[in-house]
Ligand binder design. Structure first.
Ligand code: ASP
Ligand code: MG
Length: 525
């Protein structure tokens, strides 16, 4: 009998050093000992996909030289740590180089070409890793993910090549073909029906792993990243945010869509549809408990987390002509659709309709917005409000916390809440406020509703598991390099500065002042 598959996905920071690869190796051995056959899905080395994304636009102007050198360097560093010859990725490097030269010559490139170039990030990393594993005497089969995942034709060229969807029906022949050995493959990439390389969208490795777990009917999907799970809030804003030990798929989906970045929102669907539990774990601290997503046991009702999304714009559309009118909303939405704007939240009253637009998701071009607003003004008064943030409370039966919201919103007695929206699925309540006030609202909601909550889903606070000492270990190389240029040097941890500043801002102070003489560094200020 073939052993059951477990799919383990490792993100960029989890595959970039030899130390992390030792952890990965241990995890493979552990899973095998437990009688499972692991499938390892990897992102590119962290930063490489960004580098490759920028490479072709630079190449159009013949400015791709430094990026190519950087690409080689970053991989050579890991190859050296692994004691693996760089030769194993020479073919990929020269493919990127050839494509870039072609683009420099022609002065243009297509989404198809971009997909090919960006795919090399994941391919190169897994080739290095396969060579290293062979050296360690581990029996792991390297597979090209494009032979495992098949994409569906997309609605336009961009979506087709850069943000594809894949089929995810169970495939018993693939299960047989893969046999019993551990598999090492790439996230992010697949092949379309014509045989071309396509990408699953930025951050798409989670989605790859979810597709594979569905195709192989895995018993579990494990997402290994740099934090141990989903939290009750973004720990950078709320350092005492607590680990969510357990969440239902729908809650996790809502949370991911509302701004929690740990998991790609697209990866939950394929696992949920097949009842495959998703575990989230931290590669730097594999012993720590993480988050488990499943519908096995119902979670307690009520708020589980506060999430915030920035870069939101509101359109407040006002008319007296709406009362008992038919088709007013339709006119608004037809106009928005015509300009390609997708709406997130909506709230309506007798004479006002307010909609929120996610500026990032809409890749908002001010000219498009202006044109849309001009058209809406033909039949209504329109106000554009922004930049705003959408702060959402997420959890099953979220309406059960309505009566507790009053005190939590006290901080907002003097500050505007532009919009409140609550979907009928009872999974989230959203407040849209000025972007500058978002952190304050998150903190105050967390304080009232989650700091002391006592449900079995809530675990330890983030800061307890992220000891300051580990930062010195994590940044060891960079610190040593800095010190080699001469000592003493002062090193500031901007992440920590930010967190402390947030804590200050949460105090009920009317105003705070910063003494420049204490630290005149622009980054800190
Ligand atoms: N390397 C890809 C990206 O950065 C995919 C991923 O990391 O999930 O978008
Ligand atoms: Mg990711």
């Amino acid at each position: 009998m073939t052993p059951s598959r477990i799919v383990l996905k490792f993100g960029g920071t989890s595959v970039s050093t030899i130390e992390r690869w030792r952890t990965i190796l241990n995890l493979i051995r552990e899973r095998e000992k437990q009688g499972f056959a692991p499938v390892i899905v990897c992102s590119a080395i962290s930063g490489i996909s960004n580098l490759l994304e920028a490479l072709l636009p630079d190449a159009m102007h013949g400015r791709h030289g430094p990026a190519l050198a950087n690409l080689r360097d970053r991989h050579a560093t890991l190859a050296r740590e692994m004691d693996v010859p760089i030769d194993v990725i020479e073919a990929d490097l020269s493919e990127v180089e050839r494509i870039a030269s072609g683009v420099a010559l022609l002065g243009e490139f297509t989404p198809r070409l971009r997909a090919r170039v960006m795919a090399t990030g994941e391919l190169m990393l897994t080739r290095l890793a396969a060579a290293w594993m062979a050296q360690q005497g581990v029996d792991v089969a390297w597979h090209d993910a494009r032979d495992l995942l098949r994409s569906i034709a997309g609605p336009n060229e961009n979506r087709h090549f850069l943000s594809a969807n894949c089929t995810c029906e169970a495939d018993p022949t693939l299960v047989t073909r893969l046999g019993t050995a551990a598999v090492l493959t790439q996230g992010f990439i697949a092949r379309d029906p014509d045989g071309h390389t396509v990408l699953l969208g930025r951050g798409g490795s989670d989605t790859s792993a979810a597709y594979l777990s569905a195709v192989l009917q895995a018993v579990r999907l494990e997402i290994w990243t740099d934090v141990p799970g989903m939290f009750t809030a973004d720990p950078r804003v709320v350092p005492h945010a607590r680990l969510l030990r357990r969440l239902g798929y729908a809650e996790a989906q809502e949370l991911a869509a509302m701004g929690a970045k740990v998991l790609h929102p697209r990866c939950i669907g394929p696992a949920a549809a097949n009842g495959i539990p998703i575990w989230i774990r931290a590669t730097p601290t594999p012993q720590l408990e993480g988050t488990e997503l499943s519908d096995e046991i119902a979670t307690s009702p009520g708020v589980k987390a506060v999430a915030a999304r920035r870069g939101i714009l509101l359109l407040s559309i006002e008319t007296l002509g709406m009362w008992q009118e038919a088709g007013f909303l339709a006119r608004i939405f037809v106009t928005m659709e015509k300009h390609g704007l997708s709406v997130d939240h909506i709230a309506t009253g007798e004479s006002n309709v307010t909609v929120s637009l996610d500026a990032l998701a809409n890749a908002l071009d001010p000219r498009i917005l202006d044109a849309c607003v001009a058209e809406l003004r033909a039949f209504a008064d329109v106000k554009v409000i922004g930049p705003c943030a959408a702060v959402s409370l997420v959890g099953r039966q979220i309406r059960s916390v309505l009566h507790e919201l009053g005190p939590a919103l006290e901080a907002f007695a003097e500050l505007p809440i532009h919009m409140v929206s609550q979907a009928a699925n009872d999974l989230a309540i959203t407040f849209v406020v000025d972007e500058a006030h978002a952190d304050r609202l998150v903190l105050s909601l967390h304080q009232r509703l989650l700091d002391h909550a006592n449900t079995p889903e809530l675990g330890r606070a983030w800061h307890l598991d992220a000891p300051a000492a580990s930062r010195w270990v994590v940044h060891r190389e960079a610190l040593l390099a800095m010190a080699s240029a001469g000592t003493p040097v002062y090193v500031h941890d901007l992440e920590k500065v930010r967190r402390q500043a947030m804590r200050l801002r949460a105090l009920p102070l009317e105003r705070a002042f910063f003494a420049m003489k204490a630290c005149p560094l622009p980054e800190v200020i």
